[in-house]
Design a protein around this ligand. Structure first.
Ligand SMILES: Cc1cc2nc3c(=O)[nH]c(=O)nc-3n(C[C@H](O)[C@H](O)[C@H](O)COP(=O)(O)OP(=O)(O)OC[C@H]3O[C@@H](n4cnc5c(N)ncnc54)[C@H](O)[C@@H]3O)c2cc1C
Length: 426
C-alpha cells in the first residue's frame, strides 16, 4: 500500500506543492479519476483543459506511487517490441501502436513545454549489453525499426566507446536511442497536477476509493469520508491497483517492487561517468538502470523483490548492484535509497479495458510508464468524451491471467521470475 512519498532524492528535491485536502462531503462531478500518478493526472489534465468537471481521489499524495519513485527513464516505443507486436496483433495494429508511442513522446514533451514543468528532461538513452554476443541482434533491431518504421534515432556503440562513455568496462557494447531520455519523475507528476488544478480539476489527497457501483444512470464512488457521483470513472493504480478494478484486473496485473539509490554528489568524478549525460539501462532480466542527477549524483536502480514489503537495508541492497557496474564507487556514500511498486503483466503489455459502461482502467505498464502513462491517461479521457479508438486499440493487446489465478500467482510467478533473475548471474 502507498503511504506517501518515501525519503527519496526526488522528495528532497521536489518543486513546491501544497498539501491537498481530503474529500470531506458528498460531491457530484462529470468524471471521477482514481489515482494521482501519470495516468490519472494525464487524464485529468486533458479533461479539465476541455472544460470537463473532474474530481481526483488519491489514497496518499500526488505522485507518491510509481510516478514519483521511478528511474525517470524515458523509453521509446511500447513496452513490447515491434516485432512481437506484429506477430501478436498484425502489421496494421502494430503500426498503430508504434504511432501511438511516438504521439506519447511528443505529448510528454509538449506537456513539459506548455506547462513549464521544471523536471530536467535530458535526451539520450543507452541500452548496454551485460553479456558477450547479442551485437547482431541489436544491429538487426536497429535496421528493423529504421526500415519498417522509419525510426532513425538508434546508433550502435562498440565496447571500447561504451566503456569510455560510461566510465566502466563491464558492458560489451550496446546502442543509443537519441529519442529517449530521462527526467525528474516526481516533478513531472507535480507539474501535471498543478496544470490540471489550474485548468479547474479538483484533487483530493488522503482519500482512498473503496468501492464503486452503477446507480440509476450514474456511477457512485465510495470513500470513508464521502461519496462522489459521476458519469464516467477512470481507474488507475498500476502496482498500487487494489481490488477496485475487480478480480480480472487483479489476476492480470501483478505488483512487484523495484529499488533505487542516489549517491552523494560525486564532484569531479561525475565527469567520468556517462559523459553524454544520457540514461542507461542494461540487458539483464532484472534491469540495472542509472543516470546522473543535475547535482552530480549517480542515481542507480537495481534489484527487485516479489513479496509484500521491502528489504530492511535498502542502501546495502541496491549498492550491491551498483558495485557490479561501478566497483570504483565502493568508497562513495549512499545518501538515499527507496523502493516503489509497479504493475507487470504476463506479456508485459499494459492492461487497458472497459470494465463496465463508463468505467475504464489502465495499468500494468511493466516498467515503462514515464513516457506512455500520461498519454494513456489522455486516451482514457478521449474515451470518456466519446472517442474510444485509442483505448480500443490497446485493448487488443493480450493480457492473460498469471498462472495460478489470484491466490497462487505469487508463488508460481515468483518461482518463474526468480529463475530468470538467477540467469542474470550465470
Ligand atoms: C522503482 C521503480 C522504477 C521505475 N522506473 C521506471 C523508468 O525508469 N521508466 C519508466 O518508464 N517507468 C518506470 N517505472 C514505472 C512507472 O513508474 C509507472 O509505469 C508509472 O508511474 C505508472 O503511473 P500510474 O499513474 O499508472 O501509477 P502510479 O504512479 O503508481 O499511481 C497510482 C496511484 O493510485 C493510487 N491509488 C491506488 N489505489 C487507490 C484507491 N483505491 N483510491 C485512491 N487512490 C488509489 C496510489 O496511491 C498511487 O498514487 C518504475 C517504477 C518503479 C516503482
Amino acid at each position: 500500500m502507498n503511504t506517501g512519498h518515501p525519503a527519496s532524492w526526488y522528495a528532497a528535491t521536489a518543486n513546491a506543492f501544497p498539501a491537498l485536502s481530503a474529500l470531506a462531503t458528498d460531491t457530484r462531478t462529470d468524471v471521477c479519476v482514481i489515482g494521482a500518478g501519470y495516468t490519472g493526472l494525464g487524464a485529468t489534465l486533458e479533461l479539465a483543459t476541455r472544460g470537463v468537471r473532474v474530481t481526483v481521489l488519491e489514497a496518499a499524495q500526488v505522485g507518491s506511487g510509481g510516478s514519483g519513485r521511478n528511474g525517470g527513464q524515458v523509453h521509446t516505443g511500447q513496452r513490447n517490441d515491434q516485432a512481437w507486436l506484429e506477430k501478436t496483433v498484425g502489421r496494421d495494429d502494430a503500426l498503430g501502436l508504434w504511432r501511438m508511442s511516438q504521439d506519447a513522446r511528443a505529448h510528454l514533451l509538449a506537456l513539459i513545454a506548455t506547462h513549464q514543468i521544471a523536471c530536467d528532461f535530458t535526451p539520450g538513452m543507452i541500452h548496454a549489453r551485460h553479456r558477450k554476443g547479442g551485437e547482431a541482434q541489436d544491429a538487426a533491431h536497429i535496421a528493423f525499426l529504421r526500415k519498417r518504421y522509419g525510426y532513425d534515432q538508434l546508433a550502435m556503440i562498440d565496447a571500447p566507446d561504451l566503456a569510455a562513455e560510461l566510465g566502466t568496462e563491464v558492458y560489451h557494447g550496446g546502442f543509443i536511442d537519441h529519442g529517449g531520455g530521462h527526467l525528474h519523475p516526481l516533478n513531472l507528476a507535480l507539474g501535471l497536477a498543478r496544470a490540471a488544478m489550474s485548468a479547474g480539476a479538483v484533487i483530493h489527497e488522503q482519500t482512498r476509493a473503496t468501492a464503486w457501483r452503477r446507480e440509476g444512470g450514474a456511477i457512485v464512488v465510495e470513500t470513508p469520508t464521502g461519496r462522489v457521483t459521476c458519469d464516467q470513472l477512470i481507474l488507475t493504480g498500476d502496482g498500487y491497483l487494489d481490488g477496485l478494478a475487480g478480480g480480472a484486473a487483479m489476476a492480470r496485473v501483478m505488483p512487484i517492487n523495484n529499488f533505487i539509490l542516489a549517491t552523494e554528489p560525486l564532484g569531479a568524478r561525475a565527469d567520468t561517468i556517462i559523459r553524454s549525460n544520457a540514461a542507461v539501462a542494461d540487458s539483464r532480466f532484472v534491469v540495472s538502470y542509472f543516470r546522473k542527477s543535475p547535482d552530480g549524483r549517480l542515481i542507480f536502480g537495481g534489484g527487485e523483490n516479489y513479496s509484500p514489503g521491502f528489504p530492511s537495508d535498502l542502501k546495502a541492497f541496491v549498492r550491491r548492484h551498483m558495485l557490479k557496474v561501478y566497483p570504483d564507487l565502493a568508497d562513495v556514500k549512499v545518501d538515499y535509497a527507496w523502493g516503489g511498486t509497479l504493475g507487470i503483466t504476463v506479456h508485459r503489455a499494459p492492461y487497458v479495458r472497459q470494465l463496465a459502461p463508463g468505467v475504464r482502467v489502465a495499468a500494468g505498464y511493466s516498467g515503462q510508464g514515464v513516457m506512455l502513462a500520461p498519454w494513456f491517461g489522455k486516451l482514457l479521457a478521449d474515451a470518456a468524451l466519446g472517442d474510444p479508438s485509442g483505448v480500443d486499440l490497446l485493448a487488443k493487446l493480450p493480457t492473460p491471467p498469471f498462472p495460478g489465478g489470484r491466490l497462487l500467482r505469487w508463488p508460481l510467478t515468483v518461482a518463474g521470475l526468480s529463475w530468470y533473475a538467477l540467469r542474470d548471474r550465470i
